[in-house]
Every structure is written in C-alpha cells, then in structure tokens.
Design a protein around this ligand. Structure first.
Ligand SMILES: C[S@@+](CC[C@H](N)C(=O)[O-])C[C@H]1O[C@@H](n2cnc3c(N)ncnc32)[C@H](O)[C@@H]1O
Length: 246
C-alpha cells in the first residue's frame, strides 16, 4: 500500500505507467503511440452516428473499439493536474467497498486500489476493451487482488457500497436520473458518492455522445435534489460529494 501523496506523485509523473501499458496491451511501438493519442478526441467524435443511434449504450459497446481508451488516455495525460485533483478528492472520501461506475482507463479505480483505506474496488464499465485494459494494468501495478471487473453493478453482487465514484459518466447515459436513483439504493447513510456531469455537446459538437436534452437534465437535477445532500469539500468545484438523504 502507498501513502496518498506518493499515489498522487506517481500519477503526475507517469499516470501510473499509462504509456507503457498502452504500448504493451495494444502491442504498439513507441513511435506509434503518438499517432494513437493524437487527435483522439476528434477521432472518437467522428465515430458517433448522431441521431441514427437508437440505443445510447451501443456507442460504448459496439462502436468505440479502442478509440475510447485513446481518447481517455490522451485526456488524462494532457489534463493531468485536473485528473490529479479528482484523485485528491477521492482520497478524501474513499473507504472500504468502492464502486467505480464507468471507470474508463482505470486511473481512479487503480488509485483507490492502492489506498490502505480501501478494502476492494468494483470496476464497472460497459466497454469490454476498457475492462480488459484496466485488468491488465491492475496486474502490472500489483493491485489486482483489490479489484473486480464487471459489466454491470448487478454482476458485482454487492448490495451496499461505502463509496461510489462516477466521474464523467452521467452525461453518457440515456437516463442519468435513473442511474443516480440506483446508486442511492446501494448506499448506506454514511456512504459517499462523487459525481460530476457535463450535459453539453460542446461548442463545435466535440462531444456528440453527451446527453443535453433539457427535459432529461431537469429530471436528473430533480432526482439529485430529492435523494442527495451535498457534502462540502474545498478541492475542486466541478465534482461534488453526496450523501443520501435520510
Ligand atoms: C468519459 S468516460 C469516463 C471514464 C472515467 N470515469 C474517467 O473519469 O476518466 C465514460 C465511461 O463510461 C462508460 N460507460 C458508458 N455507458 C455506461 C454504462 N451504461 N454502464 C457502465 N459504463 C458505461 C464508458 O465505456 C466509458 O468508459
């Protein structure tokens, strides 16, 4: 186990060996890595079929392939200070049984697994490439015993979590209100959930896969306000901590 400052230092230094893991997992040479990461955001956006997509989840299961890994890796490397703040935030709250919903390339799940305050992390992601990539990373980092990989929360067979991490995911779901409803059912009154959201497709449609329908967003905020109470923290304003209302 590592102390909190060392975990942050290692993330800032090499994003938990992210580049090496990408090269090994995707059998890529160092020269090809730049191409894999360059323009990852535009490449991911260009894959989205727009209104032709009838089921939101299909984008993540059938269409993105390894492009979402590339997009998330490029983002975690170029915005490392922001991501580091989200790690600092989870260090403040994470304990015991942790659910990381929509865990992506695993930065948060891996950091939580390295923490002595965390007993076990359930990494949930609908995308199989993401799950396999993070499973590989966990083994490389020696934290695989503290992680379980699932496609859905149900598959985890856990009825109560002490910490829920759901970062940069809610805007990717067809019904974000139902998702936070589900989260409230698997929380105790002492559990803490970390949420952020970006219900916006971007100025130039850079995020065509984000939900921005005002009716869906309104139901989301009504649900949030009826089920949760915010827990103040001074770390970053885009990501909020919540307990469920008694
Ligand atoms: C923008 S990424 C965020 C990744 C990570 N939480 C982070 O902060 O870097 C959104 C993630 O949510 C996953 N996802 C999308 N829909 C999902 C669903 N219905 N259930 C579980 N994961 C989902 C995607 O596969 C992707 O890994």
């Amino acid at each position: 186990m590592k102390n909190d400052s060392l975990i942050l230092e290692e993330f800032l230094d090499n994003a938990f060996n992210l580049k090496l893991h990408l090269m090994e997992f995707f059998s890529m040479k160092e020269n090809d890595l730049d191409g894999f990461l360059a323009n990852a955001k535009i490449n991911l956006a260009s894959l989205h079929p727009g209104d032709a997509l009838s089921n939101v989840s299909d984008f993540y299961t059938d269409i993105v392939g390894d492009r979402h890994v590339a997009d998330l890796a490029a983002w975690h490397i170029t915005s490392k200070n922001y991501i580091c703040d989200t790690l600092k935030l989870q260090q403040r709250f994470s304990r015991d049984l942790v659910l990381d919903f929509g865990g992506g390339i695993g930065t948060h799940a891996l950091a939580n697994a390295m923490s002595s305050k965390v007993e076990h992390v359930f990494f949930i992601d609908i995308n199989q490439t993401n799950r396999k990539f993070v499973e590989y990373r966990a083994k490389e980092l020696g934290v695989e015993k503290k992680l379980t990989f699932c496609e859905s929360i149900k598959e985890s067979q856990i009825s109560k979590f002490d910490t829920i991490v759901c970062l940069d995911v809610l805007e990717h779901l067809a019904d974000p209100a139902s998702q936070i409803d589900v989260f409230s059912e698997i929380m105790d009154f002492n559990s803490v959930a970390l949420f952020n959201w970006y219900f916006y497709k971007g100025e130039k449609n850079e995020y065509p896969f984000h939900i921005d329908d005002s009716a869906i967003v309104e139901i989301f905020f009504k649900t949030l306000q009826s089920k949760y109470i915010e827990v103040f923290h001074p770390i970053l304003i885009t990501t909020r901590a919540y307990k469920k209302i008694k």
